[in-house]
Design a protein around this ligand. Structure first.
Ligand SMILES: Cc1cc2nc3c(=O)[nH]c(=O)nc-3n(C[C@H](O)[C@H](O)[C@H](O)COP(=O)(O)O)c2cc1C
Length: 194
């Protein structure tokens, strides 16, 4: 268990924050893979998918990487917000974060992060056929250029403005909710009924 009823809401938030920062540097952390939901503007259907947490900062800014041609990019450009969902089964804690999202491609931020993506890992952002393209044979998608370039490599920067925490187990679940208006503002939050 990460959070107990004896913690203050601020202490609980600090503990969750610490774990999220750990997950960005520890490949085995259960928060490392998380789900992000975007909204497809045309269908109004939420779109969920797993991504890898690449960084998590002191001011609750976090990043993941993607291919510029993937459908989440259109969603984020139309509606620049995401909802992120983290679950740590070892600590039985769920964290939901709503955040403003911005896509960085072919700029200073993208170029800086591309230097950290080495070798085979670059294949995730350089396929010849764009993600989501209908194909007749799976092999058609397993083709890459001779040289991996960062044309499609995109960093999604997310700035949290709402956090919902749920601590299991047992029947006495614990829940908390926090919000802030701007990234410079302090988080305001309290216990909520789970
Ligand atoms: C465990 C796991 C981790 C993943 N990590 C990423 C990631 O970091 N970035 C990414 O773009 N896709 C990642 N994917 C693939 C996405 O879930 C998704 O299938 C893909 O990005 C296309 O999504 P879209 O068409 O909804 O944009 C991951 C999938 C799994 C199962």
């Amino acid at each position: 268990m990460l959070i107990t009823a004896e913690h203050s809401p601020q202490k609980a938030l600090t503990k969750v924050h610490y774990q999220l920062k750990r997950a960005a540097v520890d490949k085995k952390h259960n928060f490392r893979f998380f789900s992000i939901a975007t909204v497809n503007e045309q269908t109004a259907i939420p779109q969920n998918r797993m991504v890898v947490l690449r960084s998590f900062s002191e001011d609750w800014q976090f990043e993941f990487y993607t291919d510029q041609r993937s459908s989440k990019i259109d969603d984020i450009k139309n509606q620049p917000v995401i909802s992120a969902l983290f679950w740590d089964s070892s600590k039985q804690v769920q964290v939901r974060i709503e955040a403003d999202a911005a896509a960085h491609n072919q700029d200073k931020i993208a170029r800086n992060r591309w230097e950290r993506v080495q070798g085979e890992a670059q294949k995730a952002y350089t396929s010849l056929i764009a993600p989501g393209t209908p194909i007749d044979d799976p092999e058609q998608a397993h083709k890459w250029p001779d040289e991996f370039v960062d044309d499609y490599f995109t960093v999604i920067k997310c700035m949290a403005f709402k956090i919902k925490i749920l601590q299991l187990p047992g029947m006495k679940h614990l829940a908390l909710e926090f919000g802030r208006y701007k990234k410079e503002s302090d988080w305001k939050g309290k216990w909520t009924a789970p």
